[in-house]
Design a protein around this ligand. Structure first.
Ligand code: PLP
Length: 382
């Protein structure tokens, strides 16, 4: 189905932060497979693990005990707020699972809490529940009727949030940094306020860290900057560094309705994905690795701000960690195409943003190279 439109570029291979076409042309990858290739392309440790696992076991189904899956779940719990994990193959599936956690929790408690608050500009995926949650016509046009039970309100606004809290509010669902919507971070103050509201009004907090998680912000999960803890969290993208993998994390309290038979997945948490995920977690959750992400992201930020001061064309630079956005006057897709011609890959996002989501392994050389190409490109736009 032609859902992706025309695609003019094909890559034959990737190494580290670079992609190479069949004819050998080299591109600096600051798109990272839309914030997916957290450790770059073909990271040697991941190649080794995948090779090793591919010779041992690929698939058994979730009818059988899977020791590595259980170990991975424990490792994730040890490093986060969570007590329970459900493995998926993608972000939208992790979102679906989280929504089922919310529904099952209030059903079991026999409380009439049926509204989930979501935010304008949010993106939670392409399934019906995700389309219903984000209420964005760009994605849901032609797919009505959607599911009821979601209230979509202004982002980063404490007053509006408070006004919309009722006895029926079951959960608040938010991306700590909106990705597709245009790289808009929730303020730390807003995240803290949401947590306070959740405690006060007995509401579950569901964080979508599919894009902002797994080291991208300089912490394992972006909400850690606000020093808050969710009840449920969806994670994907960076967790597999390119291998399809996702997970829904939850406290045992929030997930007490997810009992035998309540959910399932044929492939979720399969041996190949789990082997990769464990290795990615080991590398990314290392303190030194996260400090390096923080340091390099600040260097990129400083350079982007400098770029902004040189070009009226740049209206804003925003984001956090290595999930950054450049808001331009002229069309972002047109500019991203020009950057692509100059061998820098970026991804357009909502609100006319050019999104940068490079591998977390970039160094100063990569940043300098990206800034040079951005400079060259913005010069031609004058
Ligand atoms: C914040 C967020 N949530 C959910 C999703 C859906 O993930 P997937 O495309 O893996 O289903 C995305 C994908 O871009 C995302 O950015």
């Amino acid at each position: 189905m032609p859902t992706y439109g025309e695609r003019d570029l094909a890559f034959a291979r990737g190494k580290g932060c670079y992609l190479y076409t069949t004819s050998g042309k080299k591109y600096l990858d600051f798109a990272g497979g839309i914030a997916v290739n957290s450790l770059g392309h073909c990271h040697p440790q991941l190649v080794k693990i995948l090779n090793k696992q591919s010779k041992i076991l690929w698939h058994t189904s979730n009818l059988y005990k899977n020791n590595n899956q259980e170990l991975f779940a424990k490792e994730l719990c040890n490093k986060t707020f969570a007590d329970r994990v459900f493995f998926t193959n993608s972000g939208a599936e992790a979102i679906e699972c989280g929504l089922k956690v919310i529904k099952s929790y209030w059903n079991l408690k026999n409380k009439n809490k049926k509204t989930i608050i979501t935010f304008k500009g949010a993106f939670h995926g392409r399934t019906f529940a995700a389309l219903s949650a984000q209420k964005n016509k760009k994605y849901s046009e032609g797919f009505t009727p959607l599911l009821s039970g979601f209230k979509n309100i202004t982002f980063n606004d404490e007053k509006v949030l408070l006004k919309n809290i009722t006895k029926e509010t079951a959960a608040i669902m938010i991306e700590p940094i909106q990705g597709e919507g245009g790289i808009r971070p929730a303020s730390l103050k807003f995240l803290k306020y949401i947590k306070k509201i959740c405690i006060k009004h007995d509401i579950l907090l569901f964080l979508d860290e599919v894009q902002s998680g797994f080291g991208r912000s300089g912490k394992l999960y972006a909400h850690e900057w606000a020093k808050i803890k969710p009840d449920i969290l969806a994670t994907a993208k960076g967790i597999g560094s390119g291998f399809p993998l996702g997970a829904c994390l939850a406290t045992s309290k929030a997930s007490f309705g997810m009992t035998r038979g309540k959910h399932g997945s044929t492939y979720g948490g399969n041996p190949l994905a789990v082997a990769i995920g464990r290795e990615v977690l080991k590398i990314i959750s290392n303190k030194k690795f996260l400090t390096d992400v923080d340091v390099i992201s600040r260097y990129l930020w400083k350079n982007l701000k400098q770029l902004q001061s040189n070009y009226d064309e740049i209206l804003d630079v925003r984001g956090a960690g290595l999930l950054l956005g450049i808001k331009t006057k002229q069309n972002n897709v047109m500019i991203a195409n020009k950057l692509k011609k100059n061998k820098l890959l970026t991804v357009p996002a909502g609100d006319n943003i050019i999104r940068l989501a490079p591998p977390l392994t970039i160094n100063k050389i990569h940043v300098d190279q990206a800034i040079k190409i951005l400079n060259q490109t913005f010069k031609t736009l004058l």
